[in-house]
Structure formats: structure tokens, C-alpha cells
Write a protein that binds this ligand. Structure first.
Ligand code: GLU
Length: 394
């Protein structure tokens, strides 16, 4: 008899990874699938980073690293925070992990108790809710729609706070909506949080460089928030290093210390070669990756226009990340080609089955009217994908 724990049974499968796996499987069966499911740059890791990794192998970086990361990497991350975010951290406030996902899981595990509440402005990345569940806390969605550019207001934040609220997650640029909070919008939210000194803030800034407007404003740079904000970042998205698995936090030293303790019992230090390569990545001027950001921006512009050509889809103008998040609810209740579409999951499966295009349902992101389309794919693939989508919908 197979008896899994309640813990794993209560955990939903990651819908981003599930859809990517499904697309891979269908491709391996010979189906001509275009996968716009995963948020993964289609560029190669830049040569200067690959060279640093090769050098690290030749220099025999093959032993366990310190659990929280090599000191020179943590110093380079402190420099990066100062240069890009105006944030002053010391190395004892930095923890390097196996991807930003582990960074977030560490923070949740060390701060949350069973029954605590975590506020998730929706739409939010699929794993925030799952990680909260894993930590036996409860997540509370704060809804937003395309009409407010998927941002929440200070009044909404305040209304969601209860005596059980322990944390709030912010993510700007946002996955999946691409929305970016301005400095004044973040300051207005901080004004609310100033009244509740026991609430911690996790600010996920993994898309900071994939940003088409003003430089991203870091929540921890608001003085009153610095002591209770955990800034999460990593190299996956900006440096096309998703598979290298390096994320990190800048946090109050006591939280960093607890995360190191947690990580020390689960995975230890992150991969040593990837850590050495990350020193080159975080030390590089942002101009070195501009060619990728420029390309994402031109794809964004193209994808918005292509979406606008499809009747019934509503779209905001994403200011960052590499996702379009159209509202597809005008199709709910319709039957197309014998296929009944009653929700975003149906819509996404319809596109997969009828157009051979993989997307992710908004339900997984707390936005049941939308689907997520990743435009981290070649222009040729994107054009072909929208030709197919249009042909099955119009
Ligand atoms: N963060 C990316 C995404 O949302 C990668 C997959 C995942 O870890 O969720 O597609």
C-alpha cells in the first residue's frame, strides 16, 4: 500500500513545469508543439560566464562550498545590490541557494508557523502558494485585474491584513502579468505596512533586469522596510542561466543565519562551479546583457500586437519579465469545434490540442480569467504560434 504524507498530498504540481513537461512529451511523440509555457530565456549563457565556469573547473573548485556561498561571491552580490538597487548589505546578510525557488522556500520555512497567513497579491507565481502550503501556513489572495494593470492598492493591502498575517510577497516585474510597481506605488504600500511592524516582506526581484521602463525600485530601499524585507534575486532570467540554479537573498542577518541553518540540513552550499560563474555574472555591467533585454522588448511589442488581432482577448502592456497575460474570459461558455471552454484551463488545453501551442492557465497564478504566454521564444516560433491560435479562434 502506497501511503504518501499529507504534506505532499496537499501540494499541487507546479503548473509551469507540468505544462512544459507535457509539451516535451508531445514533442517526443512527434507532435509539432510550440511551447510558450516555461519562463526560460531562449538565449545561451553569455561566453564570459561560461569561461568563468570552465576556469573554476580547471582551478579545482570541486569541494563543498560554505553553506551560504563563497565569501567572494557574497561580496560580489553585496556590490551588485549597492550598484543596482541602492541596498547596503554585508556578506552575513547574503545566502546563496540552488535557485531563487530554494531561496524563497528557505525564507518561508524559517519564518512561517502553522496557521500564519501570507498575503499574495494576485496574479502571483505558482510556487508562492505551494511553498506557503508546504510551510503549513495559509495564503490569502489579494485580487487584481487587468483594469488596474494587475496591481493592488494600499486599501486592498490593509483590508487583507489580520492579526495572523506574517508575510506579504511582492514581485515586480511580475510573473505572470509583467506589471512593475513604481517607487511611489511601493511607498504607498509601505505606508500601510509601517502600521504593522510584525509583518515581513518578501520582495522577489528575479526579473529586475528584464524591464522595459524605469530601473526597478527595490522594496527594501524604503528605509522603514529594510529591517523586515527579504530581497530575493538570482541569475537565471537576466543571464540566461536557468539550469545553473543560483538564487540568493539579501536579508536581516538573523533571517540569513536561519536560512543557512535550514539549507545546511537540506542541500548544503549551491553547486560550486555555478557559484564561481555567478561572480562574473553579478559583477558584469548591465550593458552586457542589454542585447537580450532589447530582444525581449521587441518581442513583447510584437506579441501585444498579435494578441490584439484576436477578438475577445484583453491585454495589458507588460513593463517587464517575458510574459503576456491576456484575459480570455470572453470565450468562457463557448464551444469551438466541439470543444467546450468553461474556464482558463479549458482554454489553455484547447490551444494545446487544437493549435499545438502550450501556454499556462491563469488559475495556477490566482487569476482564473487569464492564460500566460511566455514570449521567451524565437520570433519565428511566436509568429507561427499566433498564426495557429488565430486560426482556431477566429
Ligand atoms: N519561473 C519560471 C516560470 O514561471 C520557471 C518555471 C518555474 O520554476 O515555475 O515559468
Amino acid at each position: 500500500m502506497q501511503k504518501l504524507s499529507d504534506r505532499i498530498n496537499s501540494l499541487p504540481v507546479s503548473q509551469t513545469l507540468a505544462m512544459a513537461a507535457k509539451a516535451r512529451e508531445l514533442k517526443s511523440q512527434g507532435k509539432d508543439i510550440i511551447s510558450l509555457s516555461l519562463g526560460e530565456p531562449d538565449f545561451n549563457t553569455p561566453d564570459f560566464i561560461k569561461e568563468a565556469a570552465k576556469q573554476a573547473i580547471d582551478d579545482n573548485f570541486n569541494s563543498y562550498s560554505p553553506v551560504d556561498g563563497y565569501l567572494d561571491l557574497k561580496e560580489a552580490i553585496c556590490e551588485k545590490f549597492k550598484r543596482d538597487n541602492g541596498l547596503i548589505y554585508q556578506p552575513n546578510q547574503i545566502v546563496v541557494s540552488t535557485g531563487a525557488k530554494q531561496s524563497i522556500a528557505n525564507v518561508a520555512m524559517v519564518l512561517l508557523n502553522p496557521g500564519d497567513e501570507v498575503l499574495l497579491p494576485a496574479p502571483y507565481w505558482v510556487s508562492y502558494s505551494a511553498i506557503t502550503t508546504l510551510a503549513e501556513a495559509n495564503f490569502v489572495e489579494i485580487p487584481s485585474t487587468i483594469d488596474t494593470d494587475f496591481k493592488i492598492t494600499p486599501a486592498q493591502l490593509e483590508a487583507a491584513i489580520t492579526p495572523r498575517t506574517k508575510m506579504v510577497f511582492f514581485n515586480s516585474p511580475n510573473n505572470p502579468s509583467g506589471s512593475v510597481y513604481s517607487e511611489s506605488e511601493y511607498r504607498a504600500l509601505a505606508e500601510v505596512l509601517e502600521k504593522y511592524p510584525d509583518i515581513y516582506i518578501l520582495s522577489d526581484e528575479i526579473y529586475e533586469h528584464i524591464n522595459y521602463g524605469e530601473p526597478v525600485f527595490s522594496f527594501a530601499s524604503i528605509e522603514s522596510m529594510y529591517d523586515r524585507t527579504i530581497t530575493v534575486n538570482g541569475v537565471a532570467k537576466a543571464f540566461a542561466m536557468t539550469g545553473w540554479r543560483i538564487g540568493y537573498i539579501g536579508a536581516p542577518a538573523w533571517i540569513a543565519k536561519a536560512c543557512t541553518k535550514m539549507q545546511g540540513q537540506i542541500t548544503s552550499g549551491a553547486n560550486c562551479i555555478a557559484q564561481r560563474a555567478t561572480i562574473s555574472a553579478v559583477s558584469a555591467p548591465v550593458s552586457k546583457i542589454k542585447y537580450m533585454v532589447d530582444e525581449f522588448k521587441s518581442r513583447r511589442n510584437m506579441v501585444i500586437e498579435l494578441i490584439k488581432e484576436i477578438p475577445g482577448l484583453k491585454i495589458n502592456e507588460p513593463q517587464g519579465a517575458f510574459y503576456a497575460f491576456p484575459d480570455v474570459s470572453s470565450y468562457f461558455g463557448k464551444t469551438i469545434d466541439g470543444y467546450a471552454i468553461n474556464n482558463a484551463s479549458d482554454f489553455s488545453l484547447f490551444l494545446l490540442e487544437k493549435a499545438n501551442v502550450a501556454t499556462v492557465t491563469g488559475e495556477a497564478f490566482g487569476a482564473p480569467q487569464n492564460i500566460r504566454i511566455s514570449y521567451a521564444a524565437s520570433t519565428t516560433e511566436l509568429k507561427e504560434a499566433f498564426k495557429r491560435i488565430k486560426s482556431v479562434l477566429v
